[in-house]
Design a protein around this ligand. Sequence first.
Ligand code: FAD
Length: 214
Amino acid sequence: MIRTGSDSDLVLKPDVCIVGSGPGGAMVAARLARAGAKVVVLEEGGYHRKDEFDMQEATAFPLLYQDRGNRATADLSISVLQGRAVGGGTVVNWTTSYRTPDDVLAYWRDHFGLALTPSDLRPHFEEVEQRLGIQKVDLEDTNANNRAIYDGCTKMGWQVDTTKRNVRGCLRTGYCGMGCPVDAKQSATLTYLPDAVAAGADVYANCRVSRIEW
Ligand SMILES: Cc1cc2nc3c(=O)[nH]c(=O)nc-3n(C[C@H](O)[C@H](O)[C@H](O)COP(=O)(O)OP(=O)(O)OC[C@H]3O[C@@H](n4cnc5c(N)ncnc54)[C@H](O)[C@@H]3O)c2cc1C
């Protein structure tokens, strides 16, 4: 169940407590709950759905972003956009969905000893792509500015391709960053978190973790 509040203090005794309900937390929650663990997910952001997404920055930034969209590095030189909601960044991200490139996996293997090969990961990528409806964008569906970049790259002889996105029934309004008003974006809120809940996990929204003791 996804809970948004409680009238009294709660004492919960799960097998696993996950802090944050973005794609990382949601995937782990779904996997562990399906494997039989009692899972609780604690999320500091709210549980927001499509009816609240009016494609206005004035609505979306305070509702769906850390620091109302003003998060930045300590010296303020770089802004750090980060989601803050049930579903984390997947509620506001732009849906570009790539497999981890082979050369990045090789770098991780050589520098960090992470033994994940493209063939190890292929079945997992395929499963995620299926669950999230990830598909390559048709060239005919690109807008004029992206088409100009595509044509320019082609003329230069550079490698160019359309992107892959995790959407079903996208209306291409271009407002992904404000939350999808038609639930086309296959966010964690619509996919792996419901999977986790269906397997018995509990998600607590509006619940910031401020201290961990052990
Ligand atoms: C505007 C935008 C566009 C993006 N576009 C793309 C894209 O097109 N393609 C792509 O691959 N990636 C994109 N990203 C990046 C992608 O969304 C992130 O890499 C991804 O969401 C990270 O997942 P995560 O689970 O690690 O963390 P997050 O998604 O950041 O989730 C962390 C969650 O933890 C919660 N949390 C944090 N601290 C606490 C606490 N103390 N207690 C309780 N809860 C807490 C946060 O509220 C948040 O919901 C985009 C990100 C943004 C912000």
